[in-house]
Design a protein around this ligand. Sequence first.
Ligand code: NAP
Ligand code: GLV
Length: 313
Amino acid sequence: MDILFHMHGEDAERWRHELARRLPDARFRVWQAGDDAPADYALVWRPPAELLRGRHGLKAVFNLGAGVDALLALLRDDPDMLAPDVPVFKLDDAGMSEQMVHYAAYAVLRHFRSFDEYARQQQRACWTQLPTREAAVFPVGVMGLGALGAEVAQALVALGFPVRGWARSVKRVEGVRCFAGEHEFDDFLAGLEVVVNLLPLTAETEGILDRRLFARLARGARVVNIARGGHLVEADLLAALDAGQLSGASLDVFRDEPLPPDHPFWRDPRIDVTPHVAARTTVAASIGQIAERIRSLELGHAVGGKIDLGRGY
Ligand code: NAP
Ligand code: GLV
């Protein structure tokens, strides 16, 4: 079996090594420009179109991340790139939910316990004890209750917050008050102190973090965007911060990545910027999941994690 690999900037040898442990008979090759030889499976992150276009023998594409927006954008530009019967799979958690839990918990606690304000006070050698708040009356919302959002929501429940979650379909997540669909969106948002975004970027969710959403939150709320930069309307965020409707934002993802040096977010004390690191792809867990799926596909069994191309995630 031939496995084609492409992930710019990654040490491909680690992937080769992990794959050899699990699928010892597979031939692993790193894609190079001009390589148009057949392959059974493609393991890719943001591949060039020529890697996939007309590739003979392809049985499946594995996206080496949870978000498939970049891959689907390629397919939209070049609909014949992939034969319609070739399934595309995303990573389902594969070591990312633990990282997301850490990021979200830090961002929520930083706001809830006023650690951001204490950091500013320290710069002025200012010793002022701010009022304490009760977790039980500090509602936190998680947008997206998939592989990552559901775990984040449950971790926030464990920290004592009343947690709401929002998805497209009706969900059950223990301890979380779940809302579904557009018609329940406003009720989900009403009075949230923090909203954490873990939606996929699709035509329906593009620009969802906008002025209308911010206006539904509690005054002085915080926005945590750890999904995609395309979810956020940047001008609306700055306006909501200036108006005091929001007190801050934790942003890991941006419309332009890397965030340009002259972008106002870099120097805005109300905004925490991280360079798209909320959850990194972990080699061993990802290869473990992919190898398991390849074995099932080879046996003709049903396999989870398949992307619905029409839905966009
Ligand atoms: P997932 O398993 O596909 O879950 C997506 C969730 O979003 C599902 O609960 C889905 O609802 C919900 N959803 C989708 N469209 C919706 C809509 N229009 N309205 C309401 N809910 C909607 O995705 P995941 O693995 O949790 O990953 C989520 C996203 O995190 C990725 O797409 C990626 O953009 C981002 N991410 C970022 C990083 C980072 O480092 N910053 C790392 C990994 C992932 P249903 O359950 O009803 O289908
Ligand atoms: C990273 O952003 C991912 O989608 O896995």
